[in-house]
Design a protein around this ligand. Structure first.
Ligand SMILES: [Fe+2]
Length: 237
């Protein structure tokens, strides 16, 4: 049997922590991974940076007990979700346009919460049953956000999400014009970055609390509009 690695030790440590302590450790690891991915430690030898990054990235899914056993990329589903009808997408699109004026700036993008249709669909059996079929028992967190990146220079640096969006159902409503610049990029551990280009109506379901991800900056004239539903796996610690 090989010696426990630092990832194993951190994973073991997380079982002894309170929920608040574990959230703190997750935050530290996500800041470390995000900072290293953003090139904030160039003075440190490359080998150490690579080991530290892989340790942070591999430890994040391990903070959740045994419920991410097959974690490789964090992606659960990518494409046109069977849980939305054409009418659902059209209604979400219309509601998100209406809610734009209520959106508040959150770091480098805009967020509107509490819209009734988004909340209703986030609680629908269709979405719930699909997620259960993919990852086992889940609970909605009652969080549904419209996200707007519709000014030049908006985006979000590498990070992992809070517990409310552990399992994130992220659906594209608009990305225009045709010539896109802003990209959603996932950084699974020790693998090439995964560039996700969603067409309107397509969804990415992923463990947003475990895989570092970012949205690169928009350029002048570019608009990205999304809706995000938050779930938690049951049994998560
Ligand atoms: Fe996120």
């Amino acid at each position: 049997m090989s010696a426990p690695t630092l990832v194993d030790r951190l994973s073991h440590l997380s079982t002894e922590l309170t929920a608040a302590e574990r959230e703190n450790l997750k935050f530290l690891l996500s800041m470390a991974a995000g900072g290293l991915l953003s090139g904030h430690a160039r003075a440190v030898p490359e080998e150490l940076r690579a080991v530290a990054l892989a340790t942070a990235q591999r430890s994040l899914p391990r903070l959740h007990g045994g419920v991410r056993p097959a974690f490789e990329t964090g992606v659960v589903f990518l494409g046109r979700g069977p849980f939305f009808s054409e009418e659902d997408i059209a209604a979400l699109d219309a509601e998100s346009r209406r809610y734009r004026e209520r959106a508040e700036r959150f770091h480098d993008h805009y967020v509107a919460s509490g819209a009734p249709l988004a909340r209703e669909l986030a609680l629908s059996t269709k979405v719930h049953d699909f997620l259960v079929s993919q990852v086992g028992p889940v609970l909605p967190t009652h969080k549904a956000n419209y996200l707007y990146y519709d000014e030049p220079g908006l985006g979000i640096d590498p990070h992992v999400d809070k517990d409310e969006f552990s399992l994130n159902v992220l659906t594209m409503l608009q990305h225009s014009p045709e010539d896109r610049h802003s990209e959603l990029i996932l950084h699974p551990p020790e693998q090439d970055a995964l560039r996700v280009h969603l067409a309107p109506g397509e969804s990415l379901v992923f463990f947003a609390d475990s895989v570092t991800h970012q949205r690169t900056r928009t350029v002048a004239g570019e608009t990205v509009r999304l809706v995000s539903f938050g779930y938690r796996t049951i049994g998560s610690v």
